[in-house]
Design a protein around this ligand. Structure first.
Ligand SMILES: N[C@@H](CCC(=O)N[C@@H](CS)C(=O)NCC(=O)O)C(=O)O
Length: 207
């Protein structure tokens, strides 16, 4: 299986973590979003990362890819069997992308991507607004949801993968979750990012 996409993308990281959790061998091609690479563009019609090519079966979108991996390699399960747990896991997967990553990517773009990679100044006011106003309500919500080591049920799964993945981008932007204000969230994020699968995914090449 070929996995396309830079490892600094939280969505690519989701796929790399799931592959590591399931012990699936893969070849990683760390292309940038919208790269001209023809094989990548064949797998990702709109040029977003991640995408995969599994012996000619091409697929984009981290959630679709995680569903595919789960059907192909059911063990260890990353999507709960219990209907309510499965539905909540999907909710967190969507929450991570639609609510959480949208705000967090402002911080990541202005404090990391622009100054460090694109070599242009970031808009610090935008980053600070996301940190002061937009992210805290989302952190407040997550703080109420954490009752143990896993976000849903009693096993690690896609909810943990999807929500923890963008937290590494906060680290890249030198932002720490305030453990005084959100102790459960800070503890859960640190524990999850320390899992061997996350360590492997984070160490994967970015370019
Ligand atoms: N729903 C997609 C989102 C993927 C996504 O937005 N990836 C970003 C990088 S983090 C991207 O490729 N952006 C390029 C673009 O929007 O043109 C997924 O879960 O894979």
């Amino acid at each position: 299986m070929i996995v396309y996409g830079t490892s600094i993308s939280p969505f690519v990281r989701k796929v790399l973590v799931a592959l590591a959790e399931k012990g699936i061998r893969y070849e990683h091609r760390p292309v940038a979003p919208q790269a001209e690479d023809a094989d990548f563009r064949a797998a990702s019609p709109v040029g977003k990362v991640p995408a995969i090519d599994d012996n000619g079966f091409r697929l984009a979108d981290s959630s679709a890819i995680l569903d595919y991996l789960e059907r192909l390699y059911p063990q260890p399960a990353l999507i709960p069997a219990d209907p309510k747990h499965a539905a909540r896991a999907r909710w967190f997967d969507k929450f991570a992308e639609v609510e959480f990553d949208r705000q967090l990517s402002v911080v990541f773009t202005e404090r990391f991507l622009k100054p460090r990679l694109l070599k242009v100044p970031g808009d610090e006011a935008l980053a600070q607004q996301a940190l002061d106003q937009n992210l805290p309500p989302l952190f407040d919500y997550l703080e109420t949801q954490i009752t143990g080591p896993f976000l849903v049920g009693d096993a690690f799964g896609i909810a943990d993968i999807a929500v923890a993945s963008p937290f590494h981008n906060l680290r890249l932007a030198h932002v720490q979750v305030d453990a005084g204000r959100w102790p459960k969230l800070a503890g859960w994020a640190a524990l999850t990012l320390d899992r061997p699968s996350f360590v492997t995914a984070i160490a994967a090449p970015a370019w």
